[in-house]
Design a protein around this ligand. Structure first.
Ligand code: ATP
Ligand code: MG
Ligand code: MG
Length: 369
């Protein structure tokens, strides 16, 4: 087993655990934070908690981030308890406070930590194995949006400004083309033209949010399958986790990113673009699952954009890969030659597959609405 990079016994002392620390080990397959599973003894019973060190590289304002997480999880728990849900404490993350009463704690080295009860009898999956999983994940993300739709008070902090501002993302692409700092623009003319031909579409959701025709909601913004815990026995999507990017956004972004990450049969950096396709049965599972929990609060305008959302988020992601390629691979980690260009082309292929299947996708949304 992997060694602990941090002294978790010392971290345990920073939180109001009301139990005795026994041992801990690195846990899960997250790419951003350092996650530990810790065992505690509480009056003779073994219980588990998750301690996480927040990535300081990814998150510049960890305290604001934790304020968001605290508000969202506390509200979700209250709503679940109000509804009489007996499993309420399994259906949302909850923050264990620090000894100072804050949702985070700072260790001797200045690292920011948080602690959650371990969600037992459920697990996450790194790759989607079935339609049922896609449906459950989509339903769970819809439930999450439903719970947060009633969050009172001021808007959440925008922890990553402009995260899904596709208009601005395209502007950054144009800036990178103009600067052409690595002399790579000539080689990718076809790709550049592809994105520029879709520039108007890229601003649709941003414009509708600005004009108020689409509502700003509390959204998750990282709606991958491995951010939902599925029940070990029933397969039910019990709890949405990884709330680092939860902030104001559009429901379209959350659903679109599910379509982008769940409907293709191959990895995001597949080189053989003939293998990349938007699989309709997976889209149907997502629509069915998502609308089962979200249709009661979504507006007609939002529902009308669900089929398009997958294309939008795929274009957005592709434009980010191309921008990074032009800038010399400064943001996304690359593991092979032209890795960001390969990723760009795979997103283009997926977006084209979606474009070709739009009428059928629209029909499925109409079927389940
Ligand atoms: P990502 O690469 O998805 O951004 P991350 O580094 O932000 O990941 P998380 O997704 O928060 O990390 O957590 C990593 C893994 O730890 C999860 O996929 C899940 O398996 C496990 N995990 C996190 N929180 C809990 C919890 N409260 N109970 C049980 N398991 C958890
Ligand atoms: Mg995660
Ligand atoms: Mg994460």
């Amino acid at each position: 087993p992997a060694q602990n990079k941090h002294d978790i016994a010392a971290i345990a002392k920073l939180f109001d655990m009301r139990a005795d620390f026994v041992h801990a080990h690195p846990y899960g397959s997250g790419h951003i934070n350092d996650t530990y599973c810790a065992y505690y003894d509480q009056a003779g019973q073994r219980i588990r908690y998750i301690h996480q060190r927040l990535s300081t590289e990814a998150f510049k304002k960890p305290i604001e981030l934790m304020e968001n997480v605290q508000r969202v999880t506390e509200h979700a728990l209250n709503e679940l308890l109000k509804s009489g849900d007996k499993e309420a404490r399994r259906r949302t993350l909850t923050c264990i406070p620090s000894v100072e009463g804050t949702p985070h704690a700072i260790d001797a080295d200045g690292n920011c930590w948080r602690t959650y009860p371990f969600i037992e009898r459920a697990r996450t999956y790194d790759t989607i194995e079935s339609e049922a999983q896609a449906m459950e994940a989509a339903r769970a993300f819809g439930e999450f949006q439903k719970l947060t739709a009633t969050l009172p008070g001021k808007p959440l902090h925008e922890t990553i400004p402009g995260f899904h501002n596709t208009k601005q993302r395209f502007q950054h692409l144009e800036d990178a083309i103009a600067a052409d700092t690595h002399g790579r623009a000539a080689e990718v003319q076809k790709e550049i033209e592809w994105f520029m031909a879709r520039k108007d579409e890229a601003s649709i959701v941003v414009d509708l949010l600005e004009s108020g025709e689409l509502p700003l909601r509390v959204t998750h913004n990282d709606t991958k399958l491995n951010n939902v815990m599925l029940d070990d026995v029933t397969g039910e999507g019990v709890c949405v986790i990884d709330l680092d990017t939860t902030m104001p956004g559009s429901a379209i972004y959350d659903f679109g990113d599910m379509v982008r990450t769940a409907t293709s049969p191959v990895a995001e950096d597949e080189e053989d673009t003939s293998k990349i396709t938007m699989r309709m049965f997976m889209f149907e599972a997502l629509v069915k699952g998502y609308l089962s929990s979200a249709k009661e609060f979504l507006t007609d305008k939002e529902v009308s954009l669900l089929a398009f959302s997958g294309k939008l988020l795929t274009m957005e992601c592709g434009s980010r890969f191309l921008t990074d390629y032009l800038k010399g691979d400064v943001y996304f980690k690359v593991h092979k030659d032209r890795h960001n260009l390969i990723r760009t082309r795979s997103q283009m292929a997926l977006a084209e597959s979606i474009e070709a299947q739009m009428p059928e996708m629209e029909a499925l949304v109409a079927k389940y609405r």
